[in-house]
Design a protein around this ligand. Structure first.
Ligand SMILES: Nc1ncnc2c1ncn2[C@@H]1O[C@H](COP(=O)(O)OP(=O)(O)OP(=O)(O)O)[C@@H](O)[C@H]1O
Ligand SMILES: [Mg+2]
Length: 340
């Protein structure tokens, strides 16, 4: 039976699907909205994200993954099922084989939960791949070579740091501090400083619009709205880029520490390689203004931001798909070459 093999980057913030021979065919927020009474899925992805924090009692919109792992297995399964139906025609007839990425710090239980969710969502077979390896492959690092490469993937729920050589992870560190922790820090600051409650979507918007690690040209302030703590009434305040920057220092220091720990555990020969190759940043967190400069300053290494940092993990899963289940066209070509 004709089958579509897919690679899935099931992230805390976004889910990407890679389809063999096509590339990335879907990018959607990892959010699902369900009817509270009937448990029917009402919306997934972007449509469901718009409902986050805005639902009446009869609907719940949730992010079924937290800190890189499944926190609600039924919701994750329902979301994945909808996503697969979206990208695969005749999904029920052509159950795909899937490569799925999980954070490197996952426990066996978390790994099994992921496997179960994918299979229950309708995949015929699931191959689990560690996220930093996928990110490194997707960013085009020479993972097979006997020289060390370093990858830092800052996503929504986890920051993954890994040194890779000879197709394997030499040392790694995964911390559950990434984009969501930045948003959380902003929410807490606004609550403490201005006695204003804001939602996570507003906090994320602030981070993306004016967030930074170092001062930058033409810094702007932002008007934000929420609910006043004391009166309970709607209110508006103004927050500056400088305030946001100071707020982000603490979660950033956790990521810096994870990188230092990984470097300290790296064998000396490989450390020497890293002086030449530097580190590559992937994940949405790589887009925070100045994060590359901070990491360069803290480690003395060269820091590169991957092209399309948010696509790397999905592209890496795609490369693994090609290795596991080579396209017919390619197999034919190899056979032809062999004849001559
Ligand atoms: N321009 C930007 N500046 C700062 N942060 C950004 C920017 N664009 C996206 N982000 C953040 O990147 C995060 C999402 O990145 P990504 O899609 O790589 O995460 P994920 O793969 O879903 O999460 P994880 O790998 O932890 O499970 C979100 O927290 C988002 O707010
Ligand atoms: Mg990710």
């Amino acid at each position: 039976m004709f089958s579509r093999d897919i690679g899935i980057d099931l992230g805390t913030a976004n889910t990407l699907v890679y389809m063999k021979d096509k590339g990335i065919v879907m990018r959607e927020p990892s959010v699902v909205a369900v009817d509270t009474e009937t448990e029917a899925v009402l919306a997934v992805g972007t449509e469901a994200k718009e409902m986050l924090g805005r639902t009446p009692g009869s609907i719940t919109a949730v992010r079924p993954l937290k800190e890189g792992v499944i926190s609600d297995i039924d919701m994750t399964t329902a979301m994945l099922n909808q996503f697969m139906k979206k990208v695969i025609r005749n999904f029920l007839l052509t159950r795909p084989r899937a490569v799925v990425c999980i954070p490197s710090g996952c426990t066996d239980v978390e790994r099994r939960a992921m496997d179960e969710a994918i299979q229950n969502a309708g995949a015929r077979q699931a191959e689990i791949m560690e996220e930093p390896m996928a990110a490194a492959m997707g960013a085009g690092l020479p993972v097979k070579e006997p020289v060390g490469s370093m990858i830092v993937d800052i996503g929504g729920g986890t920051s993954e740091v890994a040194v890779i050589a000879l197709n394997d992870i030499v040392t790694a560190c995964s911390v559950r501090v990434a984009g969501d922790a930045f948003d959380e820090a902003i929410m807490q600051y606004v609550r403490k400083q201005y006695h204003l409650l804001i939602g996570s979507s507003t906090a994320e918007e602030i981070k993306i619009k004016i967030g930074s690690v170092f001062p930058y040209e033409r810094e702007e302030s932002m008007h934000i709205r929420g609910r006043a703590l004391g009166s309970g009434l709607p209110n508006e305040i103004t927050i500056s880029a400088k305030e946001v920057r100071e707020t982000l220092q603490e979660p950033l220091s956790v990521i810096v520490e994870a990188i230092r720990t990984t470097l300290e555990k790296t064998p000396p020969e490989i450390s020497a390689d890293l002086l030449d190759s530097g580190m590559i940043l992937t994940g949405g967190g790589a887009l925070l203004r100045g994060i590359d400069r901070l990491l360069a300053k803290e480690t003395g290494m060269t820091v590169h931001i991957a092209a399309y940092p948010m696509d790397c993990v999905a592209n890496g899963a795609g490369k693994r798909l090609e290795q596991l289940y080579p396209s017919r066209k390619k197999t034919a070509k190899v056979r032809e070459k062999g004849k001559h």
